[in-house]
Design a protein around this ligand. Structure first.
Ligand SMILES: [Zn+2]
Length: 131
């Protein structure tokens, strides 16, 4: 599963940062996901929880921010939302493929560390269920 390798890589990066920064725990990780990155946020959240088990990230919340795919046309200057699958043809001048402005993002934008003295969060994390 693609999301599992993404989740493992996120956990790995945060763990390394925790090690070099001496952090004792992580409360929340925010990840930006572009529409064209090929990652399903729900699936990523599920894999993230599994990947966090036994690490400094155990119990951390994953927040995903969705970024729509955007493309622009050089000849006429128009820009539009590409959707998924991406529509890269300019609807105005039809001169061909637009230039992708955003939508392939997949990056950690924020990590909230928990201080050693912080009380454990009393809210249980809901378990995602396979239907
Ligand atoms: Zn155009």
């Amino acid at each position: 599963m693609h999301e599992m390798s993404v989740a493992l890589s996120v956990v790995d990066q945060v763990e390394q940062a925790a090690r070099s920064g001496g952090a004792h725990g992580v409360r929340r990780v925010t990840v930006e996901i572009g529409e064209l990155a090929g990652v399903v946020p729900d699936a990523l959240a599920f894999c993230f929880e599994l990947a966090c088990a036994g690490t400094v990230l155990e119990g951390a919340e994953l927040v995903t921010r969705f970024l729509p795919g955007r493309a622009s046309c050089t000849p006429c200057g128009r820009s539009w939302n590409t959707g998924m699958p991406p529509d890269m043809l300019c609807a105005v001048c039809r001169r061909g493929a637009g230039t992708l402005l955003s939508g392939r993002e997949l990056r950690i934008t924020e990590v909230h560390w928990s201080t050693p003295a912080a009380a454990p969060d009393p809210t249980p994390v809901p378990q995602p269920e396979e239907s």
